[in-house]
Unconditional design. Structure first.
Length: 358
């Protein structure tokens, strides 16, 4: 029987990082790094493993402005962030197998359905979501859906800005976080048709929601708001909607300055949540209680400037923070219960905005 817990128990697949075995071997995993050309990036870099760090290998200029990517099996899918953006599918060697329109302008996030049937792309500037049917991993022409809505921040919310997409692991819903519309949209998928988007959650006016993460075992979602700099805890409902539970600041009490929240991730045990603050230049670390309540545990300096993205490598006990403006990746040591500890290691990658395993 389907219950509220069973529907959302697996909803972490697109945003929760799963631990792998062989911890001692983890540092041998090579990485890839997407970069912005306007910040000096030469394309998609390979980062071969070297001891407990990585060195900078060659960049593939065919994948400039690759701001996000996902992989499944032998396939990789990247978005190239530009006006009239592109969605590019490659094999593990980097050979381009498909190069299609992203369905809008400035694509910034991509997700793949757990059953491998659909790929979704969020197009920021146009406020559109593109859904690509996959045939043996190959993307077919997309179905485009347009978000609608505005917010009170005229400089950032004059129209919809889709910023994140994620499928529920039961393939029943796609969620799309829209910064411009102050909303999380939901797409019901169980009928096999791509329905028009409905409102799953309405953010406070001007909050500017950016990224979402699902708890690995509880029917709870967490959203970081870019403009309000908050972590919002939401209870997930059977119909795909999300209900407010709690809101917590991502910044230290009394801190004055300009900051924008960016990325969020939860460990596979559901005990720690991490979020990045650009401007305050920190990683906010939250302890998660058994009921999913988030309590701020620590702020740690990001080790650079403008932490747009970070990659949690639980198998090697490392957190890698991609600092866009300083053009480097800072390495941190992490454990389940202890504080996040900075290291002196830095990997220089100009304009770095995205990291993943190779």
């Amino acid at each position: 029987m389907t219950t509220r817990r069973s529907v959302l128990a697996g909803m972490a697949a697109t945003a929760t990082l799963s631990a792998l075995p062989a911890r001692a071997q983890a540092w041998r995993t090579s990485l890839i790094a997407g970069t912005y050309a306007g910040k000096g990036g030469a394309g998609l870099y390979t980062l071969p493993a070297s001891s407990r760090s990585w060195r900078v290998g060659p960049a593939d200029p065919a994948l400039t402005n690759a701001s996000f990517g996902v992989s499944r099996g032998d396939m990789r899918y990247f978005v190239r962030e530009s006006a009239a953006g592109r969605m590019v599918a490659t094999d593990r060697t980097g050979k381009i197998l498909a190069d299609l329109p992203s369905g809008g302008d400035d694509p910034c996030h991509v997700a793949i359905a757990p059953n491998g049937a659909l790929l979704a792309v969020a197009n920021y500037s146009s406020g559109t979501v593109a859904l690509y049917p996959l045939a043996a991993g190959m993307p077919q022409p997309p179905i485009i859906r347009q978000h609608r809505g505005t917010g009170p921040r005229a400089d950032r919310q004059a129209g919809p800005h889709a910023h994140w997409v994620g499928f529920t692991p039961d393939n029943r819903f796609l969620h799309a976080v829209d910064l411009g519309a102050d909303a999380v949209f939901v797409y019901p998928l169980s009928t096999g048709e791509i329905a028009e988007p409905a409102i799953a959650w309405r953010a406070p006016a001007g909050a500017g929601p950016r990224h979402l993460a699902y708890h690995p075992t509880l029917p709870i979602a967490y959203v970081v708001t870019e403009l309000a700099n908050t972590l919002v805890t939401l209870d997930a409902q059977l119909d795909g909607t999300l209900k407010d539970r709690a809101t917590t600041s991502l910044l230290p009490p009394g801190w004055q300055g300009t900051s924008q929240a960016a990325h969020i991730a939860i460990d596979s045990a559901g005990r720690r949540l991490y979020a990045s603050n650009r401007g305050h230049n920190s990683i906010a670390v939250f302890d998660l209680a058994e009921d999913g309540t988030a309590t701020l545990a620590q702020h740690v300096d990001c080790g650079g400037d403008w932490p747009r993205f970070f990659l949690l490598l639980e198998d090697s006990g490392q957190l890698l923070v991609a600092n866009e403006r300083s053009g480097d990746v800072a390495l941190f040591d992490v454990t389940v219960d202890g504080p996040v500890r900075p290291t002196a290691a830095r990997i220089k990658v100009p304009g770095v905005v995205f990291l993943d395993r190779a």
